[in-house]
Write a protein that binds this ligand. Structure first.
Ligand SMILES: [Zn+2]
Length: 340
């Protein structure tokens, strides 16, 4: 079980990156992986702070997470890697560190998804993305002043990603009952509780407020820890995530990961015969999309995603079963929940 040893969430936390690295026993050279935009927001500052802290620093700027960028990062002569940015920089550093066996520090600049503290990464290739196993970060440093400055939509998406744990854990229980799949009660309970806290606090979450950023970051980190306890993404990724992965392929760029998972969670909670209205109401309060229009896709595209989602990960049993659901059933669930 790999868990972060140090987690710092707060104002001006970027200034503490070097002391966090020293505290956990790191020394030598740091490879800072950042994006073209996030470099200006935080990447350069992290490099400067590390340099002032006595580390030698090399900065690698990349805008995608695929084999080529992971190879480039793996080639850095670094004793540890620091991912500074949104999902792509963090996943690139995470995968590069896992491949070369060096520690990895996660410095998220947005609270948009639960990969900031998890042992999973999304790798793009051949027009689609897949979730692959990696090492969890040794430390997470989240600067609430930086994150509060990002567009509202990013944090709404992170909140929706957390809410979607509700259906992920139901799918996991179903797979245990029907298939005898291993299920960790601790991981499942932590993931479910994290989603419940998000649902119950939905009305007090305000993007742009550092106090809200703290609540959301803690939720994202808890989801990541649940995945580390489980040793898989199961506690935070069920059929609603498979639905999101299909949308990534057939409607790339239309919506954000968490936004898609939130809508997916409304649909699959309905299929579980569960309380989908609470999911929808929480997403509405949080300002996340509730339907195909909100995701920027046609109803037909959404139905295509729902009817093919089961085939994304054949080994992962969910409410969609091994054969998926029919077009008629998909239309019914989407219409009854107001998603189309
Ligand atoms: Zn997710």
């Amino acid at each position: 079980m790999q868990l972060p040893r140090s987690v710092v969430v707060g104002r001006d936390a970027l200034d503490r990156v070097a002391s966090v690295a020293l505290d956990i026993g790191l020394e030598g050279s740091a490879g800072v992986v950042t994006g073209p935009t996030t470099r200006r927001v935080a990447g350069d500052r992290v490099a400067e702070v590390l340099s002032e802290g006595g580390f030698s620093v090399e900065v690698e700027v990349s805008d995608s997470v695929d084999e080529a960028t992971v190879e480039a990062v793996s080639g850095l002569d670094a004793d540890f890697l620091v991912g500074v940015g949104g999902g792509r920089s963090i996943d690139t550093a995470k995968l590069g560190a896992s491949r070369t066996g060096v520690p990895f520090l996660s410095v998220p600049t947005a609270a948009s998804h639960d990969g900031v503290a998890s042992n999973r990464a999304s790798l793009r290739g051949g027009g689609s993305s897949k979730s692959v196993s990696a090492d969890a970060p040794l430390a997470v440093v989240a600067d609430t002043s930086v994150i509060a400055d990002t567009p509202e939509r990013l944090m709404c998406s992170g909140c929706a990603d957390i809410v979607s744990n509700k259906t992920a854990v139901l799918d996991w229980s179903l797979a245990e009952r029907l298939r005898g799949d291993y299920r960790s009660g601790y991981a499942s309970t932590l993931s479910e509780m994290t989603a419940t806290i998000m649902v119950e606090n939905a009305s007090s979450i305000r993007p742009g407020l550092e106090e809200s950023v703290k609540v959301v970051m803690k939720g994202l980190i808890s989801s990541g820890v649940a995945m580390s306890i489980a040793g898989s993404s199961r506690p935070a990724s069920g059929a609603e995530h498979m639905f999101s992965h299909v949308l990534d392929s057939i409607a790339p760029g239309a919506a954000l990961h968490g936004e898609q998972c939130g809508v997916g969670s409304i649909l699959t909670m309905y299929l579980h015969n569960g309380d989908w209205e609470t999911i929808r109401d929480a997403l509405e309060t949080l300002g996340a999309p509730l339907d195909a229009e909100g995701l920027g896709v046609d109803g037909d595209v959404l139905l295509d995603a729902l009817t093919t989602a089961h085939s994304v990960r054949p080994g992962r049993y969910t409410i969609l079963g091994s054969d998926g659901i029919t077009r008629e059933a998909a239309e019914r669930v989407a219409e009854d929940t107001g998603v189309i």
